[in-house]
Design a protein around this ligand. Sequence first.
Ligand code: FES
Length: 265
Amino acid sequence: MGDFVRVATVGELSDPGSTVVEVDGDLIALFHVEGVYYALDDVCTHDGGPLASGELTGHKVACPRHGAKFDIRTGAALSMPAVRATRAHDVKVENGGVWVRLRSGHGVDGPVAQSPVAKPATGLPIAPPPAAVPASSGVVAVPASNEGSAAAPSAAAAGALCEDSVRELLKQVKDPELFVNIVDLGLIYGVTLTPSTETPGKQQVSVDMTMTSPACPAGPQLIGDTKRTVAAHPEVAGVEVRIVMEPPWTPDRMTDDARDQLGIF
Ligand code: FES
């Protein structure tokens, strides 16, 4: 662990506010909230977005690229598409200056549940533990209809059409950024089957699906893949996908398989 490096003068950074500073050659996001300073690697663990440029709300900063949120007190990732913490560093206020000391270790590589707890900056109040994953605003997007696309290879193997077989089919649909299927990610809130009035003997399938965040860039692809995959079953007359944001998705909804795949223990 290196020495503390003076990075700013007290009062120089607005409250709330954020800026980028350089410490030992690393770019560090410095935050100032309610009189307390915090320092994180200026690197979003999803795809390298600059956290110091993100929107700051209380003790949460949203990555400006795809919206993943991080707790500035600990570096913990609070929402998708980031699943790993970014590294938090030690901060102190002394002699009219703000000082940062880099931590070694693997904040960037560590799973959310094991993200480091920020040490108190010398002479500064200790930040409380991070809050739960934030709620997304309630949004209901509208339905999509059956496009009747080409059959997915294992549609017939899913067996007779029922809620379970639809969920089994949906395991073929993977989040393009996380490479985990949408069922194990906990994105499927409900599956409803209704006898088709237009095609006797077949079913209309309605899938209630959420997103990891309201601005999820993978949304259109996930909706399209879901429709195509379910529509491939021979007993399906049509597919409707409804996007629901209430209750908001949280990492708690992931199965153990998904956690294993993402390296979250
Ligand atoms: S780079 Fe930060 S959310 Fe994608």
